[in-house]
Design a protein around this ligand. Structure first.
Ligand code: CAO
Length: 435
């Protein structure tokens, strides 16, 4: 029979007392030297305390939730091999890396430190449920490996004996997460939610695999990022464009010979530029640090254009200084360029805010996704004649649905409502666009 060894907590640096968040071994376990025994947590870090001896665990003297300090008894071990001491603090010797440290800081090098510091807070593995992690069937070394990689053991299938999780299972799990699209398609793992299952749809009927276009893939990535990282609010309104529509039709007749076609969008672009002047926060970008807003003094409007290859958003510059005639001409040019795939990357940069108009297609309302780094986008749907109460009668009015989505980190709800109301107000009487 081997010698009984009392395994105690070593010097754990500057911490008086730390909480045990995990007991990694059970009575009867055969453990090797350096296997982790418990995980402790201070307010700064979590650490695993390894064993200084190989042997069989005979008695565990601690449980999860206990507070423990240097010298506290962790367990009793029946040592195998050449252990002779009867009371050995674990890791009482400086870890190997410290021995090879240059002598520049001798005081530090001589001081025993926790053997493994696995993560500083905030922890990337914060979503790991400690109970299911503890209950997972895996050795201390495998647990340690999983913790280092931030893998939740409860999500890993075990291929070892009695479904024990082995190191290769964790490697395969990580590989699967990394190759299954990470944050793009199945961002589940990145978001800490279940990944999308891989389904063989051919079991339900005939299918065809069609590759996404380059534009589809690019816009998909950006839209996904914007959707998950920007707290969106969408504010709806309806603009009375009855008189504007009459004016537009009249202009179209007048400019027919010159080949200029006015669409509602040109007027809406002008109204949005005026809205940006009145409410400058809509013409800003949030610094990635989240510390500052970059306020812009230019008024460039991005326009979502539907092309056979997917959605692109060219930018019309200086809309505030351009006439409706010029905006209409430019809108036509960029739509043609977009559909002919002639847009340069610079044609799609530098927007203040974007407009997505589905008015020529149909639908009553929709919630557009903010085109970051912009902070707002206006969706326009198909105008319809509606009976509108004027105080004494219902009047037929051509009402155009507007959907303003904005980044709630930058824009408050009240300003969202003010902005869209202001745009509606301008569109209700186009003369105001001249002001
Ligand atoms: N209400 C009623 N009719 C409208 C309208 C509205 N809000 N907006 C446009 N129309 C009418 C136009 O006046 C035009 O009719 P006429 O020929 O009788 O004048 C017709 O619909 C077609 O307009 P259009 O869509 O070709 O032109 P546009 O200037 O309104 O829009 C463009 C140009 C490039 C924005 C548009 O062609 C387009 O690509 N839209 C799709 C944008 C998109 O996909 N957005 C989704 C992004 S989010 O996934």
């Amino acid at each position: 029979m081997g010698e009984m060894v009392k395994v105690k907590v070593p010097d754990i640096g500057d911490f008086d007392e730390v909480e045990i968040i995990e007991v990694l071994v059970s009575v009867g376990d055969q453990i090797a030297e350096e296997d982790s025994l418990i995980t402790v947590e201070s307010d700064k870090a979590t650490m695993e305390i390894p064993s200084s001896h190989a042997g069989t665990v005979k008695e565990i003297k601690v449980k999860v939730g206990d507070k423990i300090a240097e010298g506290g008894l962790v367990l009793v071990l029946e040592a195998s091999g050449a252990a002779t001491a009867s009371e050995v603090p674990v890791a009482a010797e400086a870890p190997k890396e410290e021995k090879s440290e240059p002598a520049a800081a001798p005081a530090e090098a001589a001081k025993p430190v926790p053997a493994i510091q696995i993560e500083n807070k905030p922890s990337p593995t914060a979503h790991i449920d400690p109970v299911s992690f503890k209950n997972a069937h895996a050795s201390p070394a495998v647990r340690k490996f999983a913790r280092e990689l931030g893998v939740d053991l409860s999500k890993v299938g075990g291929s070892g004996r009695s479904a024990r999780i082995v190191k290769e299972d964790i490697q395969a799990f990580v590989k699967k997460v990394m190759t299954s699209g990470g944050a793009s398609v199945n961002g589940g793992a990145a978001l800490g939610v279940e990944p999308m299952p891989e389904i063989d749809f051919s079991q339900f009927g005939e299918v065809e695999i069609k590759a996404l276009s380059k534009i589809n893939k690019l816009t998909g990535k950006f839209l996904h990022r914007n959707w998950v990282t920007i707290p969106h609010i969408t504010q709806f309104d309806e603009a009375d464009i009855t008189s504007l529509e009459a004016f537009r039709k009249q202009l179209n007749k007048e400019y027919e010979k010159e080949g200029v076609k006015f669409t509602m969008l040109s007027f809406i672009m002008k109204a949005v530029a005026a809205g940006l002047k009145k409410y400058p926060r809509f013409n800003s970008s949030l610094e990635p640090s989240g510390e500052n807003l970059i306020m812009k003094n230019y008024f460039n409007i991005g326009v979502a254009v539907d092309t056979p290859d997917g959605l692109v958003v060219p930018v019309v510059r200086d809309v505030d200084t351009k006439s409706i005639v010029d905006i209409s001409k430019e809108l036509r040019e960029i739509s043609i360029k977009a559909r002919d795939k002639k847009l340069k990357p610079s044609d799609m940069q530098g927007g203040s805010m974007s407009i997505s108009s589905l008015g020529g297609i149909g639908g009553t309302k929709f919630t557009p996704i903010v085109n970051a780094p912009e902070v707002a986008i206006l969706g326009v749907s198909k105008a319809e004649m509606k009976p509108v109460w004027n105080g004494s009668d219902f009047e037929p009015k051509l009402m155009c649905p507007l959907s303003l989505s904005y980044d709630h980190r930058v824009i408050d709800g009240a300003d969202g409502a003010r902005f869209v109301t202001y745009v509606s107000h301008l569109l209700a009487d186009a003369r105001r666009l001249l002001l």
